[in-house]
Design a protein around this ligand. Structure first.
Ligand SMILES: [Zn+2]
Length: 125
């Protein structure tokens, strides 16, 4: 399951950051998700709760932030935000199928919008 594996890597990076900071308790975990990532925040949160059981992050609050997607068109050089694909379908492996808002071409490179990263954590020492 997709969300379970991303949650697993989030758990590892939060716990290693907490250990480095010698934290007794992780209070908040700020997560950034690209607007085109295929993750459901509720699903990720579900797996994070399981992953953080019996750890200093067991009672942490999660803050989800959305990172806007940006593209660069290889055909016309346009860079910037891009409307979501009309059918809304996002393949978890190849990502959204996007069209350049300027020329309608599909040879676009995704600059941001697919990430799922730990932005920061707040801890109590
Ligand atoms: Zn273009």
């Amino acid at each position: 399951m997709h969300e379970a594996s991303i949650a697993g890597s989030i758990v590892r990076s939060v716990l290693s950051a907490a250990a480095e900071a010698k934290a007794r308790k992780v209070e908040t975990v700020v997560l950034e998700f690209g607007e085109w990532s295929a993750f459901q925040p509720e699903q990720v949160e579900f797996w994070l709760r399981i992953g953080f059981e019996n750890t200093p992050a067991a009672s942490a609050a999660f803050e989800f932030r959305t990172v806007p997607g940006r593209i660069r068109c290889r055909a016309c050089g346009t860079e910037g935000p891009c409307p979501k694909p009309e059918n809304g379908a996002i393949d978890p492996f190849i990502g959204p199928v996007l069209e350049c808002p300027s020329c309608g071409g599909s040879d676009v490179e995704i600059m941001s919008g697919r990430e799922a990263v730990v932005k920061s954590i707040r801890v109590k020492k």
